[in-house]
Design a protein around this ligand. Structure first.
Ligand code: B1M
Length: 225
């Protein structure tokens, strides 16, 4: 196992490769991380995702524009492809079926894909509807799939408003359905205000919250002794 100094060096190199939109460098530094024994999830969140945060700041300062964001996303995915097969989570959490997508009007799917990766690593069956998903498509698919949870991802304040609508539509079709939401503009108060049953800040806590949500649902449906 590497010491803290070397670990920081590798994580910074991964993050910089995302910011410099250097796909080859990003994939190479992720391979180094694995070879030197770093945890794949830590390299994803403290390397790749941190790089994307810096990219967001550069975009806000108008130093980067949409083309750079796209190139940086490509670099992030080049690294994620290396790390993804090595990501492990706590297999003791409850497993179930998740219907997942980014709501209509929103094409940001990097966070949703990390959430998907973590659920799959934890043994969940994930039905991924992709990004910019029509709201009635969530209801239509949930009728077919009957997932334990519907997961909604949003990245913009504008698309955030869809949560209340689609949660209402899902619950009108099936009052028992459980909805988990996440994404940068949300927090637990907003999620609750929009009628969601659960909120998670990141991909790991999403799996943990999902486990708690389906365990609670099972407890409520257990017959009284
Ligand atoms: Co744009 N974008 N973007 N963008 N983009 C943001 C979101 C923005 C905040 C940038 C800014 O202004 N500072 C801003 C939104 C402002 C607002 O809220 N209103 C913005 C904008 C304005 C836009 C456009 C309108 C720009 C334009 O065209 N003029 C346009 C929108 C198009 C559309 O959607 N209709 C646009 C386009 C794009 C690209 C396509 C170029 C690209 C996306 C590529 C892709 O996703 N395939 C892009 C990017 C990369 C970003 C930033 C820089 C990074 C987003 C990201 O990937 N973060 C972003 C700025 C920022 O966030 N700092 C920005 C990394 C990712 C790991 O984090 O997605 O938060 P995140 O996911 C986390 C958690 O949120 C959570 O777990 C994840 C992992 O830990 N989570 C969940 C997410 N979903 C969850 C679901 C759960 C639970 C947890 O349960 C189900």
């Amino acid at each position: 196992m590497v010491n803290e100094k070397r670990k920081k060096e590798i994580l910074d190199a991964i993050s910089n490769a995302v910011v410099q939109y250097d796909e080859d460098e990003c994939a190479a530094r992720c391979k180094t991380a694995l070879q030197e024994g770093l945890d794949a999830y830590e390299a994803t969140m403290k390397g790749l995702a941190v790089g994307m945060e810096t990219v967001g700041e550069l975009y806000t300062r108008q130093e980067y524009f949409v083309p750079e964001l796209l190139l940086c996303s490509d670099a992030l995915y080049a690294g994620l492809n290396v790390l993804r097969p090595h990501i492990r989570t706590d297999h003791a959490v409850s497993k179930g079926k998740l219907l997942l997508g980014v709501v209509e009007g929103d094409i940001h799917d990097i966070g949703k894909n990390l959430v998907k990766t973590m659920f799959e690593a934890a043994g969940w069956e994930v039905h991924d509807l992709g990004r910019d998903v029509r709201l009635d498509k969530f209801v239509e698919e949930q009728k077919k799939i009957k997932a334990d949870l519907v997961g909604l991802s949003v990245l913009m304040t504008t698309s955030m408003m869809a949560i209340e609508k689609v949660t209402g539509m899902l619950k009108a079709a099936d009052p028992g359905v459980k909805v988990l939401v996440g994404g940068a503009p949300l927090n637990s108060e907003i999620a609750a205000k929009f009628g969601a049953d659960g909120y998670a800040e990141d991909a790991v806590s999403a799996v943990q919250e999902a486990g708690r949500m389906i365990n609670r649902a099972h407890l409520h449906t257990m017959p009284m002794p």
